[in-house]
Design a protein around this ligand. Structure first.
Ligand code: ZN
Length: 342
């Protein structure tokens, strides 16, 4: 039998074997039987030693061609078998993505958090640092340094939660301003957000716990015009270029002069609606020039420096921003309410 016939015989028997096999292990055994050390094709290659030097090149070419053809057959069958095995494994391990599961429920930011982030982002954009302070505060920082001496009516025990004679739950975030004035040199430009406490009733507009965002600016030659300019810039940034503010004279112990500030109604943009009781204006905050007595008590020379302060009620801004009519909704944790703010 010639080499060509030998190779053809090996090919035919291999093809028969390949067509009936079902896994990779059988295939590798078949590969060894033909191409391995004791394989049939390897034996054929060895037999070349008995050929004459003239016959060898042609025989070598035939055997190499046969080897390549057989390798290709084996590789093709191997790939097909692997694909079948992979398919079977995928089917075994398949996950039914439509199967109902107890998925964890993802929370949403509280509307006050959304409104707070808006205000703080606008204030930092205007160059304010954000500073926080303790909620349980010394009387000294909460009242005395802010020009609220022991006999002042705003210190009425009805309004303040006392821990003891000298310690209170802070009634405003202003003690953070006092602490900052004592620890930093002007220029100062800070925003103080935080929780405050008053012994108040709970109703649609009152709560014993609420949040303030106070601003304080101290520098040389700061005046009431800077205060109005800053607030105008803040509210235009927050709610649009058509926002305007209007100042009404007021009184606070730690500012002089003081003002209540009205803002163009966010809901009707000044035309008049139920929220603004037809006036086109809504009251949003209190502010004023820092009382020179306060500056002095906090270690800042009032003959060199002046400053302004303002305090925004976070809940009020949130309710105006989202048209929420009842303050209690913000604290009751009713998921049906909260999930509207995703
Ligand atoms: Zn309105």
């Amino acid at each position: 039998m010639g080499i060509k016939e030998n190779i053809e015989e090996i090919r035919q028997s291999l093809q028969q074997e390949l067509s009936s096999m079902s896994d990779i292990k059988q295939l590798e055994e078949a590969r060894q039987k033909v191409l391995g050390k004791k394989g049939t094709l390897t034996a054929l290659l060895r037999s070349m030693g008995s050929l004459s030097p003239e016959e060898r090149p042609a025989a070598g070419q035939l055997i190499n061609a046969g080897r390549e053809m057989i390798s290709a057959m084996l590789d093709a069958r191997s790939a097909a078998l692997k694909a079948v095995e992979r398919e079977a494994k995928l089917r075994r391990d398949a996950i039914d993505v439509t199967e109902p599961r107890d998925l964890p429920r993802v929370g949403v930011p509280h509307p006050c958090t959304l409104a707070l982030n808006e205000v703080l982002s606008a204030l930092t954009g205007l160059g304010f640092d954000i500073v926080e302070g303790p909620e349980i505060e010394l009387d000294h920082y909460n009242f005395e340094l802010l020009n609220l001496p022991k006999n002042h009516p705003a210190r009425d025990a009805q309004d303040t939660f006392y821990v003891d004679d000298n310690i209170v739950l802070r009634t405003h975030t202003s003690p953070v301003q006092a602490r900052t004035m004592l620890s930093r040199k002007p220029p100062i430009r800070i925003a103080c957000p935080g929780r405050v406490f008053r012994a108040d009733e709970i109703d649609a507009t009152h709560s014993p716990v609420f949040h303030q965002i106070e601003g304080l600016v101290i520098d040389k030659d700061v005046n009431m015009g800077d205060l109005k300019g800053t607030l105008d810039a803040l509210f235009k940034k927050l709610y649009g270029e058509d926002m305007e503010t209007r100042f009404r004279p007021s009184f606070f112990p730690f500012t002089e002069p003081s003002a209540e500030v009205d803002l163009t109604c966010i809901s009707c943009r000044g035309k008049g609606c139920r929220m603004c009781k037809g006036t086109g204006w809504i009251e949003v905050l209190g502010c004023g020039m820092v009382n020179p007595k306060v500056l002095e008590m906090c270690g800042i020379d009032p003959t060199v420096y002046s400053g302004f302060a303002f305090g925004i009620g976070l809940e009020r801004i949130t309710m105006l921003r989202y048209g929420i009519k009842d303050l209690r909704l913000l604290y009751e944790g009713d998921e049906r309410f909260l999930r509207q703010f995703r």
